[in-house]
Design a protein around this ligand. Structure first.
Ligand code: CP
Ligand code: NVA
Length: 306
């Protein structure tokens, strides 16, 4: 199949990623000025959600409508996917009717299998391994507030989860240094670490990770699908809370990001989202603009797989 997919940041070149996030800045400006921009008139996005979502669903659905197209929300409860119809069969049928498909799922292999049988672009709306759309928004947010992230130092504090894996890929593609502070046994996927070489270091002390950092990011300690581990994780991750005192150790112009939803009092202190260094609300809004740029890139401009 020749469709261009976005399952990981590694599916694009660094130049393509930069041009998508720069386009996200332009599309944000167009929307703020009330300029209609509808390059996807008549196009339809199918959105398969096997996990809950606020930001991803709303940003893709609103984004598609703003670009002149439509989006269909597909819960596995209501489709044959949830009743065991093979992913490959669903991909063949769905991609014969839709122009682009977004999937939020558990195993990353569900995405790769769907994409292998899809005639249209498939976008990863979060898997157990990766959350690349969130990284587009994060990178757009950093660019808007501080300029290029190339050469900067980023600290990831907490679980070596899907967001952390995508930060590792971002470190490779956007060329920054990443320090990950996580408890032993909760490191990011070794395969991603191996790809990153010297760009990523693992430390145990959150203070060492944030020292002089230009961006500090964290996420929930218990991701969707890990709910039965919550109590153990709460105890183990307690020393990894990001709070104002920890941010004080970072660079003077540090930004704080959280992909949300946040658990105040757990991975962040109660007051952190109100701190002037936090850009979490801009980051959430930028899901809309960055993904509109991604949809334009994949659907309107119809970039083909190399
Ligand atoms: N950050 C993020 O993906 O949020 P949702 O789970 O609400 O989509
Ligand atoms: N790591 C979190 C991210 C939610 C947007 C999860 O997978 O639940």
């Amino acid at each position: 199949m020749s469709a261009r997919h976005f399952l990981s940041l590694m599916d694009c070149t660094p130049e393509e990623l930069l041009s998508v996030i720069r386009r996200g800045v332009e599309l944000k400006d167009l929307r703020q000025r009330g300029v209609l921009h509808e390059p996807l008139k008549g196009r339809v996005l199918g959105m398969v959600f096997e996990k809950a979502s606020t930001r991803t669903r709303i940003s893709f659905e609103a984004g598609m409508i703003q670009l002149g197209g439509q989006a269909i929300f597909l819960s596995p409860r209501d489709t044959q996917l949830g009743r065991g119809e093979p992913i490959s069969d669903c991909a063949i049928v769905m991609s014969s009717m839709l122009d682009v498909v977004m999937i939020r799922t558990f195993a990353h292999s569900n995405l790769t299998e769907f994409a292998a049988h899809s005639r249209v672009p498939v976008i990863n709306g979060l898997s157990d391994d990766l959350h690349p759309c969130q990284l587009l928004a994060d990178m757009q947010t950093f660019l808007e507030h501080r300029g290029p992230i190339k050469g900067k130092t980023v600290a990831w504090i907490g679980d070596g989860n899907n967001m952390c894996n995508s930060y590792i890929e971002a470190a490779i593609q956007f060329d920054f240094q990443l320090r990950v502070a996580c408890p032993e046994g909760y490191e990011p996927n070794a395969e991603f670490l191996a790809k990153a070489g010297g760009r990523v270091t693992i430390v145990r002390d959150p203070k060492a990770a944030v020292a002089g950092a230009h961006l500090v990011s964290t996420d929930v300690w218990t991701s969707m699908g890990q709910e039965e581990e919550t109590a153990r994780r709460l105890a183990l991750f307690a020393p990894f809370q990001v709070n104002r005192a920890l941010l004080d150790l970072a660079a003077d112009d540090v930004l704080f990001m959280h992909c949300l939803p946040a658990h105040r009092g757990e991975e962040i202190s109660l007051d952190l989202l109100d701190d002037p260094r936090s850009v979490a609300w801009d980051q959430a809004e930028n899901r809309l603009h960055a993904q509109k740029a991604l949809l334009e890139f994949l659907v309107a401009e119809g970039y083909q797989a190399p």
